[in-house]
Design a protein around this ligand. Sequence first.
Ligand code: KG4
Length: 362
Amino acid sequence: MTKEEKDKGAEASAPDKNNSTAQRKPVAILGIESSCDDTSAAVIVDGILRSNVIASQSVHEEYGGVVPELASRAHQQNIVPVVDAALKRAGIRKEDLSGIAFTRGPGLLGSLLVGTSFAKGLSLGLRIPIIDVNHLHGHVLAHFVRESPDDVVPNFPFLCLLISGGNSQLVLVRAYNDMEILGQTIDDAAGEAFDKCAKVMGLPYPGGPHIDRLAAEGNPDAFHFSKPHIPGLDYSFSGLKTSFLYTLRDNLRRDPEFIEKNRADLAASLQKTIIDILIDKLSKAVDQTGVKTVAIGGGVSANSGVRAAVADFCERRGITAFIPKRSFTTDNAAMIAIAGYYKFLDKQFCRYDETPFARVTV
Ligand code: KG4
């Protein structure tokens, strides 16, 4: 860790200059995430993660995708035990909390309503502020979740490649609360490309992790799929999806067992094409901004090939790469708690008449 990074860490968790450490009450933030199909609660005390509990919903598996109504009902069942477990694991009482951060959007409205309503109710009971967090900010700020005071966090400004099931964005991060989208997908997200191509191969939902696993055994140059020619820093993945589908259709006419015989090669070639598309625009964004640090976030940043390609790209360009722990790539409340922690320090609280919203940009 550089001295500058150490200073930043110390600054973030430093006690109020007017108070002595003995007088100062720790800043304890409960984070709540319920935007899609994971109910999660986390506790961050003075910038350090104390607990991060996630209840995933298996109820959607048989439907091949998330069913919004079932997701809301599962959140309702999970939220109390999940918050309770997060507080217990953190070793603090709810009366010791300083504020409650919750995901306000984007996401499924019914799911967001459960977390939002719970946060409002608990905060009214405890007489502490609520802090609304943009889910996408959370993914970016996941890099600031420290499990120990020695953990290294990125220096501003940095570029974040945010790749999930619903978004693919290149975000210039100037500060905790100052982010600019430099480019984003004009159609499908990278995660959708993984999931939809996996679906036509007969793989379960979500297909991304299955493609990742199969790709490790396949030849990435076995098949060639079309890449988009989109100006600027925007992404497009719908053409790749069509190209993949046509390759399967044409070959299945000749050989009905084509998918069976080529599963690993198809996965490896698809993954390589997605990575090439991602790295191409990332490289342009690094050139345009001159940043010295690149981070990745969102569910697709769990992909082994993406992680290796970004690390390799950064090494070649002599810049620092921040690759998140896999547990912080998919939806989790730790990232909501840390985003809420910084907003709390800035006294950016949320009013009780604010409502969740399904679509919102970074
Ligand atoms: O961020 P996330 O958990 O949910 C939102 O979209 O908000 O991302 C889910 C996406 C899915 O498309 C899933 O297939 C993809 O992340 N994903 C992966 C991997 N793990 C999750 N894609 C490729 N390789 C993986 N290992």
